[in-house]
Design a protein around this ligand. Structure first.
Ligand code: AMP
Ligand code: ZN
Length: 113
């Protein structure tokens, strides 16, 4: 989608600090990090959010989580980390291209705000 921020980052039209890429996924540093590690992992294919995901997206959703675990391992987040998908206005979703947040490098309070 040409008017989607994360599609444009995936396409290289908007610069981002890429940390990982494969056939289906793209990961980059969040522009406004909420923790020492704050990475966004997105599917290359446009999908507005978790609420729009279908049964056929199950493998892709799993890949997002497993890539977060691999990146956390690579970053040495041995004390723990959090993966988050914000869904809809109550959760503060601000970009409507599915993305998994990987947060770590500091103690993370629970429940989140
Ligand atoms: P959410 O609020 O869950 O939709 O998360 C959207 C995230 O995208 C926020 O954490 C923003 O800081 C981040 N963000 C917005 N624009 C950019 C950008 N150009 N590059 C990297 N991260 C961005
Ligand atoms: Zn998109």
């Amino acid at each position: 989608m040409s008017d989607c921020l994360f599609c444009r980052i995936v396409a290289g039209e908007i610069p981002a600090r890429k940390v990982y890429e494969d056939e289906r996924l793209f990961a980059f540093e969040d522009i406004k990090p909420g923790a020492p590690t704050h990475i966004l992992i997105v599917p290359k294919r446009h999908l507005a959010g978790l609420a729009e995901a279908a049964d056929g997206d199950a493998a892709l959703l799993g890949e997002l989580q497993l890539r977060a675990a691999a990146l956390a391992q690579a970053r040495g987040l041995h004390g723990g980390y959090r993966t988050v998908v914000n869904v809809g206005p109550d959760a503060g979703q601000s970009v409507f291209h599915l993305h998994l947040h990987l947060l770590g490098g500091r103690p993370l309070a629970w429940p989140p705000g």
